[in-house]
Ligand binder design. Structure first.
Ligand SMILES: Nc1ncnc2c1ncn2[C@@H]1O[C@H](COP(=O)(O)OP(=O)(O)O[C@H]2O[C@H](CO)[C@@H](O)[C@H](O)[C@H]2O)[C@@H](O)[C@H]1O
Length: 484
């Protein structure tokens, strides 16, 4: 079968630039899809970290004036990834976060920066760079949403588009006065175009004008079509329900392999599950927690935002500690949430530890050494942390929302009797809901044979990219038949 050429377009990609799970998925898709006969090329902005990684490249296109700046589009293979890099120094050669300046505010020219990324993706989709012409254009999140608009308003034949929503909370809304500056015609500013509650909506444009829409779990695909979960887009998504689907994320099972992980203290697998104990002791030691094999150790690896529900944990910390448990947190983000958690460590030395920051090694150690991984999210499109937890035999305790609902089998009475169950879910994402789940976790912890059965069930769960990749490949193949 002829390899299908898919242009994936995103504002971040692991291992070069990551602020969240989007980067992990964008970085993992190419390898996962290669075995499905799909050749993915990823278009990303030329941030300093990306430019530094590019050793040699070929120029594919040159822009004398891309929304006011000069730019080159170059192609390079870096660490096995086939990249198209938008080298536009005046937009992307800036230290720090892809979206925010050192003052924590959005870069003032974000509308132009991400319009430029989308404009280039559209030019490729229109076949304007003969060195690379994709069969399908796959965009991710609001930063690439205008791609579908540029293609649509070109009025020319072009590659079909699919947009994946990793998080509906980030919508990219900008002033309508920018319409001509970002190269859109006046008639694009309507309900069936890019207009969104009086603004130009980048995510709106993608959701309205892409041929297909996916999100990262079936449950989230259903939730976003409801007023509670739609964040303003439920009506649009209901009207486009026929082209909306949910495809679960996977994780890189080579990087996340407890049998070979060089970042953890002691390797283990299904047959040597008892070796987890050495990882637990090493983690307790590293974080200054009491070295106690019997204390149930809860771990958190998370962005600290309202979405992730960690304020609920602060609220019910007393309950958790009351069961004799310990808590290890790694997170970065919202200063108020971080302060609440840091204060808890001061009050509970040896029982609560918090590391504020981004740390990959520690993330692996928390997965390998914790007994439970907490993910009390208010909403969760898919979630990767609980997938890593399954693979590492750390029992996920999760809110029953989005991809968390789809990936964890709750160890309720029926599941327990049947010997199935991979984790603990709670339905009401409130302090009381979390409290009940923590108390259930404590009770299950006392039933050691069942706890170990759960760990084994968890570790046997397929969290790889193989099934999702096959589903994406089938979707792309169904799209190349779309007449434009
Ligand atoms: N301080 C830290 N140090 C080290 N590692 C850290 C870390 N904080 C987070 N991580 C890791 O980064 C990844 C983030 O994944 P999430 O699924 O939580 O993504 P996020 O909510 O950012 O993204 C959105 O996109 C992804 C991808 O589609 C969806 O799964 C998700 O539901 C959606 O909200 C996880 O592997 C996590 O362990």
């Amino acid at each position: 079968m002829k390899a299908l050429k898919v242009l994936s377009v995103a504002s971040e990609i692991y291992p070069f630039v990551k602020t969240g799970g989007l980067a992990d998925v964008v970085g993992a898709l190419p390898a996962a899809l290669a075995s499905e006969g799909v050749a993915v090329t990823t278009l990303v902005p030329g941030y300093p970290a990306v430019m530094a990684a590019v050793e040699s490249s070929t120029e594919v296109y040159h822009y004398a004036d891309l929304f006011g700046v000069e730019a080159r589009l170059v192609r390079a293979t870096v660490q096995g990834l086939d990249l198209l890099v938008l080298d536009a120094p005046r937009f992307f050669d800036r230290a720090g976060n892809p979206y925010l300046g050192a003052d924590g505010q959005d870069w003032h020219d974000n509308p132009q920066r991400f319009a430029a990324l989308s404009r280039v993706a559209a030019d490729l989709g229109l076949g304007r760079a003969p060195l690379y012409v994709p069969d399908v254009v796959h965009t991710h999140d609001w930063q690439t949403g205008l791609t579908a608009a540029y293609l649509h308003y070109s009025g020319e034949p072009h590659a079909p588009t699919v947009m994946t929503v990793h998080n509906l909370a980030f919508q990219g809304q900008f002033s309508p006065s920018l319409l001509s500056a970002i190269g859109l015609p006046p008639y694009a500013f309507g309900m069936d175009g890019v207009e969104y509650y009086g603004t130009i909506g980048y995510l709106k444009a993608g959701l309205q004008l892409s041929d297909r829409i996916t999100t990262v779990s079936p449950t989230y695909a259903a939730e976003i079509r409801t007023p509670e979960g739609g964040m303003g887009f439920d009506g649009l998504l209901r009207s486009r329900a026929a082209v909306v689907s949910g495809i679960l994320n996977g994780i890189d099972t080579t990087t996340w392999d407890p049998a070979t992980d060089p970042l953890i203290a002691a390797p283990f697998d299904l047959k040597r599950i008892e070796a987890r104990a050495a990882n637990k002791a090493a983690l307790q030691e590293r974080l200054g927690l009491a070295i106690d094999p019997d204390a149930q150790l809860f771990g958190v690896v998370s962005r600290l935002t309202w979405q992730k529900g960690l304020d609920l944990l602060v609220d019910r910390l007393g309950i958790l500690l009351g069961t004799g448990a310990q808590l290890a947190i790694l997170g970065s983000g919202d200063a108020t949430i971080a302060e609440g958690l840091a204060y808890a460590t001061v009050l509970n030395p040896g029982r609560v530890a918090m590391v504020n920051g981004y740390n990959e090694g520690l993330a692996h150690q928390i997965q390998a050494g914790s007994d439970v991984i907490l993910v009390p999210s208010r909403f969760e499109p898919c979630g990767l942390t609980q997938l890593c937890a399954l693979r590492y035999g750390a029992i996920p305790l999760v809110a029953r929302v989005g991809g968390l609902a789809d990936t964890i089998i709750d160890a309720n009475e029926v599941a327990r009797a049947a010997g199935i169950g991979t984790g603990i879910q709670f339905g009401s994402v409130t302090p009381a809901g979390l409290e009940a789940a923590i108390l259930r976790a404590a009770e299950l912890w006392r039933d050691k044979p069942y706890w170990q059965a759960m760990q084994k069930n968890a570790m046997k769960t397929d969290v790889s990219w193989s099934r999702p990749a096959a589903t994406y490949a089938a979707l792309y193949r169904s799209m190349v038949a779309i007449p434009q």
